[in-house]
Design a protein around this ligand. Structure first.
Ligand code: PLP
Length: 447
């Protein structure tokens, strides 16, 4: 058993992110003690396969010695260096350069943050600065997609379209607008890919018209909507939306905080979608969760406009920990591991994961199976023909999470009856098969 005192200390002092505080007080914390590869061990010694890679971030797997060594070496040599005042550190410069080399098209400029929310937040500031520098400061309206998630910073939460991130906070988001999601399983236009793409194009065109074309700054989209329930758009959706944004004269931001760094196969989902956005936001897999870091990729034309606009003045945007040398050293080693086999293994493991989850379609509770690579979900229903969602969805989803935990599997149970999967890319075939078997067992036990 866990130490009771730890549970009590947690209850008394630790505020958990995105949690029902009262619900958490009642249930108490589950403490993780150690981890290696794709396996986590809790404080009572129970071993579980981490089918969600922490919070879809530990892409390289836990306890990779070379990453630990890279961090330790950097801490010994230079544990901190500011990137203010014209200073810098070798790992940060090298990581920016290695990343720019691999990023699509002209995304040659990298701004390091501490995670995904401040990466998104940074793009909002950069975009406003860009339009002001272009003499169009009235372009202050932003558009994103229903069911999208773009972090929970004070400003960026406006782009997030999940009600919990707005309700109760009283922060006005009248500058942000939404178009319907491409969500194929429950789309009013049906599941035909071309019809879904056409509907999204029409919705964006109309939204821009409604706001006033001269007012719109940018459109944000995730290559796969993660926190909304792993909603995979039809092939061609990102490309069509990107091209429309260019036609409409608004900027296009691909939020790759989840999809970046091998989650769907390549380093950037934008590459497989054959697009060059104006910005890409990343975090999570960038350092594989070993230390916090995010990165904003900025296209040449944006960088040049901002630089010219500011002239000799400082662009007043930065954090003490921007371009942290320890995070950058970790990022460099993680990148090396991705390219020395991890991405390849992720592609193989991803195909097996999708096939395995597909085999659950015959289960009475499984309404939909979707995903790409090592990013997937199953959506639970009570009636497959009618696609009836589970009643009071949060409860059964929670029960399945508990059953899975007992069966040695960590998954994510979304409140809307969706189970999310994002295992580390290092998973073996046996581990992938165990994820599927343990899911089936947990579903059977929940029936
Ligand atoms: N953008 C997307 C697409 C995300 O999925 C997330 C987090 O899950 C964020 C932004 C925010 O990132 P962070 O939690 O690192 O602040």
């Amino acid at each position: 058993m866990y130490s009771n005192s730890l549970i009590e200390l947690d209850r008394a002092h630790l505020i958990h992110p995105v949690a029902s505080y009262r619900g958490h007080e009642k249930l108490g914390v589950r403490v993780l003690a150690s981890a290696k590869g794709a396996t986590v061990t809790d404080a009572s010694g129970r071993q579980l396969i981490d089918g969600f890679a922490g919070l879809w971030c530990v892409n390289a797997g836990y306890g990779q010695e070379t990453i630990v060594e890279a961090a330790a070496k950097q801490m010994r040599e230079l544990s901190y260096a500011t990137a203010y005042f014209g200073l810098g550190s070798e790992p940060a410069i090298r990581l920016a350069s290695e990343l720019a080399e691999r990023a699509p098209g002209n995304l040659n400029h990298v701004y390091f943050t501490l995670g995904g929310s401040d990466a998104v937040d940074s793009t909002i500031r950069f975009i406003r600065y860009y339009w002001t520098a272009r003499g169009e400061p009235q372009r202050d309206q932003f558009i994103s997609v229903e069911q999208g998630y773009h972090g929970s910073s004070t400003v960026g939460a406006g782009l997030t379209a999940l009600p919990a991130f707005h309700t109760g906070f009283g922060i006005p988001f009248d500058w942000q607008h939404k178009i319907p999601s491409h969500y194929a399983y429950r789309n009013p236009v049906g599941d035909d890919p071309q019809a879904i793409i056409a509907a999204s194009l029409t919705a964006l065109r109309r939204k821009v018209e409604e706001i006033g074309p001269e007012r719109v700054a940018a459109f944000y989209a995730e290559p796969i909507q993660g926190s909304g329930g792993v909603l995979v758009p039809p092939r061609g959706w990102m490309k069509a939306m990107r091209e429309l944004c260019r036609d409409l004269g608004i900027l296009f931001v691909a939020d790759e905080v989840i999809t970046g760094f091998g989650r769907t196969g390549p380093l950037f989902a934008s590459t497989e979608n054959e697009i060059v956005p104006d910005f890409i936001t990343t975090a999570k897999g960038l350092t594989s969760g070993y230390v916090p870091m995010g990165a904003v990729f900025m296209a040449d034309h944006i960088y040049q406009t901002i630089a010219d606009g500011a002239g000799a003045s400082a662009v007043g945007h930065g954090y003490t920990y921007s371009a942290h040398p320890v995070s950058a050293a970790v990022g460099l080693e993680v990148l090396r591991l991705y390219e020395n086999g991890l991405l390849e293994n992720g592609v193989k493991a991803g195909a097996r994961l999708m096939e395995g989850l597909g085999s659950l379609r015959d289960h009475p509770l499984v309404g939909d199976v979707r995903g790409r690579g090592m990013l997937a979900a199953i959506e639970l229903v009570v009636d497959k023909a009618q696609k009836t969602p589970l009643p009071a969805a949060a409860e059964p989803a929670r029960r399945i999470f508990d059953r899975a935990w007992e069966n040695g599997l960590v998954i994510r149970a979304f409140a809307n009856g969706v189970l999310g999967y994002a295992p580390p890319l290092c998973c073996s075939e046996t581990e992938i098969d165990a994820i599927i078997e343990r899911t089936r067992q947990s579903l059977d036990e929940t029936l």
